[in-house]
Design a protein. Structure first.
Length: 307
């Protein structure tokens, strides 16, 4: 059995060095402690295939890692991409049981290019986005922010999911997933649509997800110029959140971000960490052996100071 890697603040060394977060005290009532993670919960394929993803057919292992992160960071917001929901044995339903009382959940379907939302293979439920908050959800909104494919070839949908809560009444908490193909002409408009969706009504914004865009990207500017990014400040900036095995080489990039409404000259984020111990960093060849992580993405964790 592949056991969970030690949390980064307990590890003597990791493959990719990152700053350590101190073991957190209990979160203040208004403080947000956010985990955003593309868990690669549905991608298929065998070892060596382009679609391979660690522990794809073992959703309980991925949920165990999410619950472990919540406990380690005393998180109160979890934002998930490529996650299965609805069915009793899906990631989201397992997570409900793992986190226990006091948590509320929301989700949205995200269709593949063939238009299907069912989680394939031995998995159950529907593919999409998920949010868990340690509060009562008072409102949920799903916005289809990916423009339709004018060629008619793709039926993919990549929504933006937002919730409002009883404890953070002035904040809209959202997650999204941006197209991966850099050549797709819809990406700039998708980003603009996301900005419009999350900024409605003048509420503060907390937005996390897999944006498939790198720091400094022109396409990301509608968000990066309007909001504070978790990992854009501090001693170690723009930590790697994604590993790919491309043409026989390891490729490490930052694709994942957590954004929040700017608050003048004082940074809203008090800590930010990409937990690369949970990111599979192995070569993807037929004989590569077991993975050393649970997704091709690392979870991104941000602490936002309270009022």
């Amino acid at each position: 059995m592949f056991e969970r890697a030690k949390p980064l603040w307990a590890a003597a060394a990791v493959v990719l060095a990152i700053p350590l977060l101190a073991l957190p005290a209990a979160a203040a009532a208004s403080e947000l402690r956010v985990i955003s993670w593309n868990i690669c919960g549905e991608a298929g394929g065998k070892r060596g295939d382009a679609g391979y993803c660690a522990y794809r057919n073992e959703p309980d292992k991925k949920v165990e890692q999410i619950a472990g992160l919540v406990s380690e960071h005393r998180a109160n917001v979890v934002l998930l991409q490529e996650v299965c929901g609805v069915a009793a044995d899906s990631h989201m339903e397992m997570l409900k049981a793992a986190l226990g009382p006091g948590w509320s959940f929301a989700r949205a379907d995200g269709a593949r290019p063939d238009g299907r939302v069912d989680c394939r293979g031995s998995l159950s439920g529907n593919l999409g986005l998920g949010i868990a908050v340690k509060s009562r959800i008072t409102g949920t909104k799903v916005t289809q922010t990916l423009p339709p494919d004018t060629t008619g070839k793709s039926k993919q949908t990549l929504p933006t999911l937002c919730v409002r809560t009883a404890d953070w009444t002035g904040t809209r908490i959202c997650t999204t997933h941006v197209l991966a193909d850099p050549a797709d002409p819809r990406r700039p408009q998708q980003i603009r649509n996301i900005k419009t969706a999350v900024s409605a009504d003048g509420l503060d914004v907390m937005l996390g997800g897999d944006f498939n865009l790198f720091p400094g990207s022109t396409e990301l500017r509608p968000l990066s110029s309007a909001y504070e990014e978790c990992d854009a400040g501090g001693a170690k900036r723009n930590e790697v959140t994604h590993h790919a095995w491309t043409n026989g080489k390891h490729v490490y990039r930052k694709r994942d971000h957590i954004f929040a409404t700017k608050t003048g000259t004082t940074r809203l984020f008090t800590a930010c960490d990409a937990d690369q111990s949970l990111m599979d960093r192995t070569a993807n060849e037929p004989d590569s052996g077991p993975p050393n992580g649970y997704s091709d993405h690392a979870p991104l964790i941000g602490y936002l100071r309270g009022a």
